[in-house]
Design a protein around this ligand. Structure first.
Ligand code: ADP
Ligand code: TRP
Length: 324
C-alpha cells in the first residue's frame, strides 16, 4: 500500500491551472488500487501571504469545495485542513532544530519571494520546514507536486535523513516527489503560464456573465475573421485544447485552417465548452459554498483520522528527543 500525500494552499479560489494541473491528477492517483491518500488544505502556509481572516476562511472553503466538486472520495482519502491538526506545528519546531540555516537561506523559492514581496516574514523563511512536517508526520511515501516544489521535497528528505541518522533508526520515511510529466502546463489568458500572480487565470466557478467576460479577455492576434489561422501559435486554441476532447480539438483545428472562423467564435466555443463540461462541478461547488456546515462536517472526519496518525508519530518523536 503506497501512501500519497499532497497539499494545496488556500490563497484564493483554485483556477483552471490548479484544477487540471494538480487537483484532478491527484484525485485520479488516489483512485488507483493499493494506494491510500491524504489531501489537505495548507492553510497555515497561506498565512505567510494572507493576513485577512475572511479571505483566508473563504479561500479554505473554496479549496475544499473544489476538491469535493471534482470528485474527491472522502471514504478513500483523508481530507483535512492543516491548521486543524496543530500537531504539525509541534513537529515543525523539532524539525527546525534539525535544519541548517543555509539550507533555508539558499532555497530558490525563499530567494525569489524575498526579492519580490514586501512582507518577508520568518514564516516565509521556515515555509519548507512546515512542509517537511506535513509530509513526515504522516509517513508519506509519494508526494505529487509541481516542479517548483521539488526543492522543498529535497529539503524534506535532507531533514528526515539528518533526524534518522541522529536517532539511529528510521523514524521518518524518506518521501519521493512525483512529478507527472503528462500533466500539462495550463496556459493563461495572456499566453503565459496560468497563475494567480499573473492575473491571467480562468475561475471555472464564476457566474456565466463574468465567466464570459474572462474568456473574452483571452489575448489573440488580429488576423481577420475570413482568413485561415494558425492554431499552433494561438493562445485561445491552446486553452480550448486542454478542455476539449480529441474530436473537438481536431474540429477546431480544421475551423482555424479553413478560415471564416473568427476569434470571437473560438472564445464562444471555449465558454460553451466550460459550461457544458463542468456543469456538474459548477453546480456542486456552488451548493457546497452555501453549506459551510456540510464542508465543516466532512473536513472534521478527516481531521480526526489525521490527528490520530499525527499523535502516534509525535509520541515516538518526543521520546527520541527526551520529552517523555
Ligand atoms: P499559482 O501559480 O496560481 O499561485 P500555485 O503555485 O499555488 O498556483 O499552485 C498550486 C498547484 O497548482 C501546484 O501543484 C501547481 O503545480 C499547480 N499549477 C498552478 N498553475 C498551473 C498551471 N498553469 N498549469 C498546471 N498546473 C498548475
Ligand atoms: N508548498 C506547496 C505549494 O505551494 C503546498 C504544500 C504545503 C504541500 N505542504 C505540502 C505540497 C506538503 C505537498 C506536500 O504548492
Amino acid at each position: 500500500m503506497a501512501r500519497i500525500l499532497t497539499g494545496i494552499q488556500s490563497t484564493n479560489i483554485p483556477h483552471l491551472g490548479n484544477i487540471l494541473g494538480a487537483i484532478v491528477p491527484a484525485i485520479q492517483q488516489s483512485k488507483q488500487a493499493n494506494t491510500e491518500s491524504l489531501f489537505f488544505i495548507a492553510d497555515l502556509h497561506s498565512l505567510t501571504s494572507i493576513k485577512d481572516s475572511e479571505l483566508l476562511k473563504s479561500s479554505t472553503n473554496a479549496v475544499a469545495a473544489t476538491w469535493l466538486a471534482f470528485g474527491l472520495d472522502v471514504n478513500k482519502t483523508i481530507f483535512y485542513r492543516q491548521s486543524r491538526v496543530p500537531q504539525v506545528t509541534e513537529l515543525t519546531w523539532y524539525l527546525n532544530c534539525y535544519t541548517p540555516y543555509p539550507m533555508l537561506a539558499n532555497a530558490h523559492s525563499f530567494k525569489d519571494k524575498s526579492d519580490r514581496l514586501s512582507d518577508v516574514n520568518a514564516g516565509l523563511f521556515t515555509y519548507p520546514v512546515l512542509m517537511a512536517a506535513d509530509i513526515l508526520l504522516y509517513d508519506a511515501e509519494i508526494v505529487p507536486v509541481g516542479k517548483d516544489q521539488l526543492q522543498h521535497l529535497e529539503i524534506t528528505a535532507d531533514i528526515a535523513k539528518a533526524f534518522n541518522y541522529k536517532a539511529g533508526k528510521e523514524v521518518f520515511v524518506i518521501p519521493k516527489g512525483s512529478i507527472d510529466e503528462n500533466v500539462m502546463i495550463i496556459p493563461g489568458t495572456n499566453g503565459g503560464k496560468m497563475s494567480k500572480s499573473q492575473n491571467n487565470f480562468i475561475n471555472l466557478f464564476l457566474p456565466e456573465k463574468e465567466l464570459k467576460k474572462v474568456v473574452s479577455s483571452i489575448v489573440t492576434d488580429s488576423t481577420p475573421l475570413e482568413e485561415p489561422k494558425n492554431p499552433d501559435t494561438c493562445n485561445a486554441f491552446a486553452i480550448y485544447k486542454v478542455i476539449a476532447n480529441s474530436e473537438q480539438t481536431s474540429q477546431m483545428r480544421q475551423n482555424y485552417l479553413n478560415g471564416g472562423y473568427g476569434y470571437g467564435h473560438v472564445k464562444n466555443a471555449i465558454f460553451e465548452l466550460i459550461l457544458e463540461k463542468y456543469k456538474n462541478e459548477r453546480t456542486e461547488y456552488e451548493r457546497l459554498m452555501t453549506k459551510p456546515n456540510e464542508l465543516e462536517d466532512i473536513l472534521k472526519v478527516g481531521e480526526a483520522k489525521a490527528a490520530e496518525m499525527a499523535n502516534q508519530k509525535l509520541l515516538q518523536v518526543r521520546s527520541i528527543l527526551g520529552y517523555n
